[in-house]
Design a protein around this ligand. Structure first.
Ligand SMILES: [Zn+2]
Length: 342
């Protein structure tokens, strides 16, 4: 792999160790490579489980924003545990015969290398999808086209999508759109005091079409892990964003896979709590987005394993919750509306 000596990314090295250990139990793809400083950095996907794309599929994505190293590490922590389990756990082996797991642990390697939120071109990948006419973005944070030197830059108008964003969209279309149920978890950090689970839309406060299903998933999470730490809510309750890749992919899925279900979720880890407990870290570039103290890092790496395991189980066993009959669907949607939009 052509990674510059001395400029290696620890996260990529961890991924390669896991890939070696997985051996032929995984299908590994290089989605694309991105250039920085005369070297090319790969973006990898790792697929586990059934080879039938119609089977329920959970995708776990990290490192969209280069500053948020902890997101990639949380994804790698889950992949590490699965790798070890696959060596002996017959329950997991059986579950993966009829379900699929897809990982993109590090979508923005150049951003992580250069300690920037954006990619190498200064573009915020989570603002880089085509703008939607319904979009009503918050000022600046919702995406801007003033300058790539400011955060939240969407890219120039009419310019094609950035290679990282394009690679993710193509992968999701290829590997998730045929699945009878697809769930995605995109892991971020940097907002708020609590860990949030966001669902679309990001671009508007209007309700999104799968309210009933996301409310059913919330019900399942609440009874299965009654002491979980997550606040599940529409992203737009916090701020609105133009160019969100998951909004875009959900739109495409509705258009191209009618009758099938795709629930993209974002885990937004509440990094302000780490800063509050260790105020000095606010003065470093990474400190606003990552746990710095070793015990807090370890706590964060284990904290989300139950959620990811739950999501795999819920995805692999959709019949009890993901396809409510018409009357239940109306009831669930009404309850969801009352909770999140009234
Ligand atoms: Zn982020």
């Amino acid at each position: 792999m052509n990674v510059a000596p001395g400029r290696r990314l620890r996260e990529l090295e961890s991924l390669y160790r896991i890939i070696d250990r997985l051996g032929d139990r995984a299908r590994v793809r290089t989605l694309t490579t991105v250039e920085h400083g005369g070297h090319r950095f790969p973006i990898h996907a790792v697929l586990l489980g059934s080879e039938d794309r119609r089977d329920p599929t959970l995708a776990v994505v990290g490192g969209v924003h280069g500053l948020e190293r902890i997101g990639t590490r949380v994804v790698l922590a889950y992949l590490h545990t699965l790798t070890e389990l696959l060596g002996w756990d017959e329950v997991l082996q059986a579950a993966l015969e009829r379900s699929r797991l897809l990982f993109v642990p590090l979508l923005n390697p150049v951003g992580m290398l250069t300690r920037r939120r954006s990619n190498g071109a200064g573009v915020d990948l989570m603002r880089n999808a085509p703008p939607h006419p319904d979009g009503n973005p918050s000022f600046l944070v919702g995406g801007q086209q003033i300058s790539p030197r400011l955060p939240w830059y969407m890219g120039a108008e009419a310019e094609p999508m950035q290679p990282e964003a394009k690679a993710l969209c193509e992968l999701v279309r290829r590997e998730l759109f045929e699945a009878r149920l697809a769930v995605a978890l995109d892991v971020h950090s940097g907002f708020g005091m609590v860990d949030r689970l966001w669902f679309p839309y990001a671009r508007t406060r209007r309700p999104f079409p799968n309210l009933a299903e996301v409310y059913a998933l919330k019900g399942l999470l609440d009874v299965t892990l009654p002491n979980h730490v997550y606040r599940l809510e529409p992203q737009a309750r916090n701020y609105t964003v133009q160019g969100d890749l998951w909004d875009h992919l959900h739109d495409l899925h509705r258009e191209h896979a009618p009758g099938r279900l795709f629930l993209p979720l974002t885990l937004e880890m509440g990094s302000w709590l780490w800063v509050k407990k260790n105020p000095r870290q606010a003065f470093s570039a990474l400190g606003g987005f990552n746990p710095i103290k070793p015990h807090r890092l370890r706590r964060t790496l284990r904290r989300h394993l139950p959620l990811m395991d739950f999501l795999h189980r819920a995805t692999a066993s959709p019949d009890g919750w993901a396809y409510p009959d018409r009357a239940s669907r109306e009831r669930l949607a009404a309850a969801a509306f009352e909770l999140w939009y009234a």
